[in-house]
Ligand binder design. Structure first.
Ligand SMILES: [Fe+2]
Length: 307
Protein backbone atom coordinates (compact mmCIF):
# COMPACT_ATOMS: atom_id res chain seq x y z
CA UNK A 1 0.00 0.00 0.00
CA UNK A 2 1.20 3.50 -0.72
CA UNK A 3 0.53 6.80 0.86
CA UNK A 4 -2.45 8.49 -0.74
CA UNK A 5 -3.05 11.59 1.32
CA UNK A 6 -2.69 14.85 -0.53
CA UNK A 7 -1.43 16.60 2.56
CA UNK A 8 2.19 17.12 3.40
CA UNK A 9 3.45 18.06 6.83
CA UNK A 10 4.86 21.56 7.05
CA UNK A 11 8.29 21.80 8.58
CA UNK A 12 8.97 24.66 11.00
CA UNK A 13 11.91 26.95 10.40
CA UNK A 14 14.79 27.32 12.84
CA UNK A 15 12.66 29.58 15.03
CA UNK A 16 9.87 27.02 15.04
CA UNK A 17 7.59 29.08 12.83
CA UNK A 18 5.66 27.79 9.85
CA UNK A 19 4.69 29.95 6.90
CA UNK A 20 1.15 29.42 5.72
CA UNK A 21 -0.13 30.80 2.43
CA UNK A 22 -2.82 33.48 2.33
CA UNK A 23 -5.34 30.84 1.23
CA UNK A 24 -4.36 28.54 4.08
CA UNK A 25 -4.76 31.38 6.54
CA UNK A 26 -8.14 32.17 5.02
CA UNK A 27 -9.22 28.54 5.48
CA UNK A 28 -8.29 28.85 9.15
CA UNK A 29 -10.23 32.12 9.43
CA UNK A 30 -13.31 30.61 7.80
CA UNK A 31 -13.12 27.44 9.91
CA UNK A 32 -12.68 29.49 13.05
CA UNK A 33 -15.64 31.71 12.24
CA UNK A 34 -17.89 28.77 11.48
CA UNK A 35 -16.95 26.62 14.46
CA UNK A 36 -16.63 29.43 17.00
CA UNK A 37 -20.37 29.97 16.92
CA UNK A 38 -21.09 26.28 17.32
CA UNK A 39 -18.80 25.67 20.27
CA UNK A 40 -20.38 28.56 22.15
CA UNK A 41 -23.61 26.62 22.05
CA UNK A 42 -22.44 23.02 22.33
CA UNK A 43 -19.21 22.98 24.32
CA UNK A 44 -18.71 22.84 28.06
CA UNK A 45 -17.63 25.81 30.12
CA UNK A 46 -14.22 24.23 30.72
CA UNK A 47 -13.53 24.11 26.98
CA UNK A 48 -14.81 27.63 26.38
CA UNK A 49 -12.81 29.07 29.24
CA UNK A 50 -9.71 27.37 27.87
CA UNK A 51 -10.41 28.68 24.39
CA UNK A 52 -10.53 32.15 25.81
CA UNK A 53 -7.27 31.67 27.70
CA UNK A 54 -5.38 30.33 24.69
CA UNK A 55 -6.50 33.28 22.59
CA UNK A 56 -6.10 31.63 19.21
CA UNK A 57 -6.06 34.00 16.26
CA UNK A 58 -9.33 34.20 14.37
CA UNK A 59 -7.59 35.48 11.26
CA UNK A 60 -4.64 33.19 10.58
CA UNK A 61 -3.12 29.87 11.55
CA UNK A 62 -1.60 30.45 14.97
CA UNK A 63 2.08 29.89 15.53
CA UNK A 64 2.75 26.79 17.63
CA UNK A 65 5.62 28.75 19.19
CA UNK A 66 3.28 31.47 20.36
CA UNK A 67 0.60 29.02 21.47
CA UNK A 68 3.29 27.14 23.40
CA UNK A 69 4.37 30.34 25.15
CA UNK A 70 0.79 30.88 26.26
CA UNK A 71 0.25 27.28 27.33
CA UNK A 72 3.59 27.15 29.10
CA UNK A 73 2.64 30.10 31.25
CA UNK A 74 -0.77 28.61 31.97
CA UNK A 75 -0.07 24.92 32.54
CA UNK A 76 3.52 24.14 31.55
CA UNK A 77 2.53 22.52 28.25
CA UNK A 78 3.72 23.16 24.72
CA UNK A 79 2.62 22.20 21.24
CA UNK A 80 5.17 20.62 18.95
CA UNK A 81 4.58 20.09 15.24
CA UNK A 82 5.29 16.55 14.21
CA UNK A 83 6.42 15.80 10.68
CA UNK A 84 4.88 12.38 10.36
CA UNK A 85 2.82 9.77 12.04
CA UNK A 86 4.11 8.67 15.39
CA UNK A 87 3.73 5.51 17.38
CA UNK A 88 2.16 5.03 20.76
CA UNK A 89 5.48 5.04 22.56
CA UNK A 90 6.42 8.47 21.28
CA UNK A 91 2.88 9.74 21.78
CA UNK A 92 2.79 8.69 25.43
CA UNK A 93 6.32 9.98 25.98
CA UNK A 94 5.40 13.40 24.62
CA UNK A 95 2.30 13.62 26.79
CA UNK A 96 4.31 12.58 29.83
CA UNK A 97 6.63 15.48 29.03
CA UNK A 98 3.75 17.93 28.66
CA UNK A 99 4.25 18.20 24.93
CA UNK A 100 1.36 17.87 22.55
CA UNK A 101 2.22 16.50 19.09
CA UNK A 102 0.48 18.49 16.38
CA UNK A 103 -0.08 17.87 12.70
CA UNK A 104 1.02 21.05 10.94
CA UNK A 105 -0.88 21.20 7.65
CA UNK A 106 -4.33 22.68 7.27
CA UNK A 107 -7.11 21.17 5.20
CA UNK A 108 -8.11 22.64 1.88
CA UNK A 109 -11.62 23.72 0.99
CA UNK A 110 -12.72 20.42 -0.48
CA UNK A 111 -12.40 19.04 3.07
CA UNK A 112 -13.69 22.15 4.79
CA UNK A 113 -16.51 20.40 6.65
CA UNK A 114 -14.89 17.06 6.96
CA UNK A 115 -11.37 15.69 6.92
CA UNK A 116 -10.10 12.31 7.98
CA UNK A 117 -6.61 13.38 8.94
CA UNK A 118 -5.89 15.54 11.94
CA UNK A 119 -4.91 18.99 10.77
CA UNK A 120 -3.69 22.05 12.60
CA UNK A 121 -7.26 23.24 13.14
CA UNK A 122 -8.13 20.06 15.02
CA UNK A 123 -4.91 20.19 17.03
CA UNK A 124 -5.12 23.83 18.07
CA UNK A 125 -8.84 24.58 18.11
CA UNK A 126 -9.77 21.14 19.41
CA UNK A 127 -7.01 20.32 21.87
CA UNK A 128 -5.36 23.43 23.26
CA UNK A 129 -8.39 24.77 25.17
CA UNK A 130 -8.35 21.79 27.55
CA UNK A 131 -4.55 21.94 27.74
CA UNK A 132 -4.98 25.49 29.06
CA UNK A 133 -6.84 24.03 32.05
CA UNK A 134 -4.37 22.64 34.60
CA UNK A 135 -6.69 19.81 35.57
CA UNK A 136 -7.13 18.51 32.04
CA UNK A 137 -3.45 19.12 31.30
CA UNK A 138 -2.54 17.02 34.33
CA UNK A 139 -4.93 14.28 33.21
CA UNK A 140 -3.24 14.19 29.79
CA UNK A 141 0.16 13.98 31.48
CA UNK A 142 -1.20 11.18 33.66
CA UNK A 143 -2.22 9.22 30.57
CA UNK A 144 1.25 9.74 29.12
CA UNK A 145 2.92 8.53 32.29
CA UNK A 146 0.69 5.47 32.42
CA UNK A 147 1.59 4.77 28.80
CA UNK A 148 5.28 4.99 29.63
CA UNK A 149 4.80 2.25 32.21
CA UNK A 150 2.48 0.14 30.09
CA UNK A 151 3.49 -2.82 27.99
CA UNK A 152 2.86 -2.47 24.24
CA UNK A 153 -0.02 -4.95 24.46
CA UNK A 154 -1.72 -2.57 26.91
CA UNK A 155 -1.57 0.49 24.65
CA UNK A 156 -4.84 -0.17 22.83
CA UNK A 157 -6.60 -0.64 26.18
CA UNK A 158 -5.16 2.48 27.75
CA UNK A 159 -5.85 4.68 24.79
CA UNK A 160 -9.60 4.10 25.08
CA UNK A 161 -9.59 6.23 28.20
CA UNK A 162 -8.03 9.07 26.23
CA UNK A 163 -10.34 8.49 23.29
CA UNK A 164 -13.60 8.55 25.24
CA UNK A 165 -12.63 11.60 27.32
CA UNK A 166 -10.10 14.00 25.80
CA UNK A 167 -11.11 13.21 22.22
CA UNK A 168 -14.82 12.39 22.42
CA UNK A 169 -15.95 13.05 25.96
CA UNK A 170 -19.19 14.68 27.01
CA UNK A 171 -20.19 16.24 30.27
CA UNK A 172 -23.42 17.62 31.65
CA UNK A 173 -24.27 21.19 32.53
CA UNK A 174 -27.60 22.06 34.11
CA UNK A 175 -29.04 18.81 32.82
CA UNK A 176 -27.85 19.31 29.22
CA UNK A 177 -25.10 17.45 27.40
CA UNK A 178 -22.03 19.52 26.63
CA UNK A 179 -18.93 18.68 24.63
CA UNK A 180 -15.46 18.41 26.10
CA UNK A 181 -13.65 16.32 23.50
CA UNK A 182 -11.37 17.81 20.88
CA UNK A 183 -12.58 15.47 18.16
CA UNK A 184 -16.05 16.86 18.66
CA UNK A 185 -15.11 20.50 19.16
CA UNK A 186 -13.31 20.54 15.81
CA UNK A 187 -15.95 18.58 13.89
CA UNK A 188 -18.84 20.68 12.58
CA UNK A 189 -21.13 17.69 12.18
CA UNK A 190 -20.27 15.43 15.10
CA UNK A 191 -20.28 18.36 17.52
CA UNK A 192 -24.00 18.74 16.93
CA UNK A 193 -24.70 15.01 16.57
CA UNK A 194 -23.03 14.12 19.86
CA UNK A 195 -25.28 16.44 21.81
CA UNK A 196 -28.56 16.46 19.92
CA UNK A 197 -28.95 13.12 18.16
CA UNK A 198 -31.04 10.36 19.68
CA UNK A 199 -28.94 7.77 17.84
CA UNK A 200 -25.84 7.38 20.01
CA UNK A 201 -25.84 5.73 23.39
CA UNK A 202 -24.61 7.92 26.21
CA UNK A 203 -23.18 6.04 29.15
CA UNK A 204 -22.05 7.31 32.54
CA UNK A 205 -18.30 7.75 32.90
CA UNK A 206 -16.76 4.56 34.20
CA UNK A 207 -13.08 3.76 33.71
CA UNK A 208 -13.42 -0.01 33.49
CA UNK A 209 -16.41 0.27 31.16
CA UNK A 210 -14.46 2.66 28.94
CA UNK A 211 -11.42 0.39 28.80
CA UNK A 212 -13.68 -2.44 27.66
CA UNK A 213 -15.45 -0.45 24.95
CA UNK A 214 -14.14 -0.83 21.39
CA UNK A 215 -14.53 2.02 18.97
CA UNK A 216 -14.27 2.77 15.33
CA UNK A 217 -12.76 6.01 14.22
CA UNK A 218 -14.21 6.27 10.74
CA UNK A 219 -17.77 6.90 11.89
CA UNK A 220 -19.67 9.17 14.24
CA UNK A 221 -19.34 7.52 17.60
CA UNK A 222 -22.22 5.20 18.54
CA UNK A 223 -21.29 5.54 22.23
CA UNK A 224 -20.26 8.54 24.26
CA UNK A 225 -19.30 8.57 27.92
CA UNK A 226 -20.71 11.39 30.00
CA UNK A 227 -19.08 12.98 33.02
CA UNK A 228 -21.64 14.24 35.49
CA UNK A 229 -18.87 16.54 36.63
CA UNK A 230 -15.31 16.95 35.40
CA UNK A 231 -14.06 16.06 38.87
CA UNK A 232 -14.93 12.45 38.00
CA UNK A 233 -12.23 12.58 35.33
CA UNK A 234 -9.66 14.26 37.52
CA UNK A 235 -10.26 11.70 40.26
CA UNK A 236 -9.19 9.03 37.79
CA UNK A 237 -5.60 10.28 38.16
CA UNK A 238 -5.59 8.58 41.56
CA UNK A 239 -6.20 5.21 39.94
CA UNK A 240 -3.72 2.52 39.00
CA UNK A 241 -4.54 2.36 35.31
CA UNK A 242 -2.36 -0.65 34.67
CA UNK A 243 -4.35 -2.55 37.29
CA UNK A 244 -7.53 -1.26 35.67
CA UNK A 245 -6.33 -2.54 32.32
CA UNK A 246 -5.65 -5.95 33.85
CA UNK A 247 -9.18 -5.96 35.27
CA UNK A 248 -10.69 -4.87 31.97
CA UNK A 249 -8.71 -7.46 30.08
CA UNK A 250 -9.93 -10.17 32.44
CA UNK A 251 -13.54 -9.05 31.98
CA UNK A 252 -13.08 -8.80 28.23
CA UNK A 253 -14.08 -6.32 25.56
CA UNK A 254 -17.70 -5.44 25.11
CA UNK A 255 -19.24 -6.60 21.87
CA UNK A 256 -18.97 -3.82 19.28
CA UNK A 257 -22.22 -1.96 18.64
CA UNK A 258 -21.07 -0.97 15.16
CA UNK A 259 -20.73 -2.96 11.99
CA UNK A 260 -17.42 -4.71 11.64
CA UNK A 261 -14.94 -3.34 9.15
CA UNK A 262 -14.77 -5.68 6.23
CA UNK A 263 -11.74 -6.43 4.13
CA UNK A 264 -13.28 -4.52 1.27
CA UNK A 265 -14.01 -1.56 3.52
CA UNK A 266 -10.45 -1.74 4.76
CA UNK A 267 -9.15 -1.70 1.20
CA UNK A 268 -11.54 1.08 0.25
CA UNK A 269 -10.44 3.17 3.18
CA UNK A 270 -6.84 2.49 2.36
CA UNK A 271 -7.36 3.59 -1.19
CA UNK A 272 -8.88 6.84 -0.11
CA UNK A 273 -6.74 7.99 2.69
CA UNK A 274 -5.71 5.75 5.46
CA UNK A 275 -2.90 3.72 4.07
CA UNK A 276 -0.68 6.59 5.05
CA UNK A 277 -0.99 5.35 8.58
CA UNK A 278 0.26 1.95 7.61
CA UNK A 279 3.16 3.06 5.49
CA UNK A 280 4.25 6.19 7.26
CA UNK A 281 3.79 5.30 10.86
CA UNK A 282 5.82 3.16 13.11
CA UNK A 283 3.01 0.72 13.53
CA UNK A 284 2.93 -0.95 16.87
CA UNK A 285 2.28 -4.61 16.30
CA UNK A 286 -1.01 -5.69 14.84
CA UNK A 287 -3.00 -2.78 13.51
CA UNK A 288 -6.25 -4.38 14.51
CA UNK A 289 -5.23 -4.57 18.12
CA UNK A 290 -2.97 -1.58 18.34
CA UNK A 291 -3.72 1.11 15.77
CA UNK A 292 -1.08 3.75 15.14
CA UNK A 293 -1.22 6.49 17.70
CA UNK A 294 -1.64 9.21 15.11
CA UNK A 295 -5.10 7.86 14.48
CA UNK A 296 -5.96 9.34 17.82
CA UNK A 297 -5.85 12.77 16.40
CA UNK A 298 -8.37 12.14 13.72
CA UNK A 299 -11.41 14.32 14.19
CA UNK A 300 -13.74 11.55 13.19
CA UNK A 301 -12.48 9.12 10.69
CA UNK A 302 -9.92 6.57 10.24
CA UNK A 303 -10.05 2.92 9.58
CA UNK A 304 -10.43 0.63 12.48
CA UNK A 305 -11.60 0.19 15.94
CA UNK A 306 -9.94 0.29 19.28
CA UNK A 307 -10.41 -3.41 19.57
FE1 LIG B 1 -7.14 14.73 18.58
Amino acid sequence: MTKTTQYVAKVPDARGHIDYSSEENQVWADLYAAQRRRVDHYCAAEYLQGLGKVGLSAEQVPSCVEVSETLSALTGWKVQPVPALIGFSQFFSMLANRTFPAASFIRDRQHFDYIEEPDIFHELFGHTPLLADQRFADFSEFIGEAGMRAAPEDYAWLIRLYWFTIEFGLTRENGSYKVLGSGLASSPTELVYSVESDTPERRPFDVIDILRTPYRIDIHQPIYFVLEHCDELFAATERDLLADIATARQLGLHAPVYSPVTKSAWRSSCRTRICQTITASRVMGSFRHSPPARLLYLPRRSILSGR
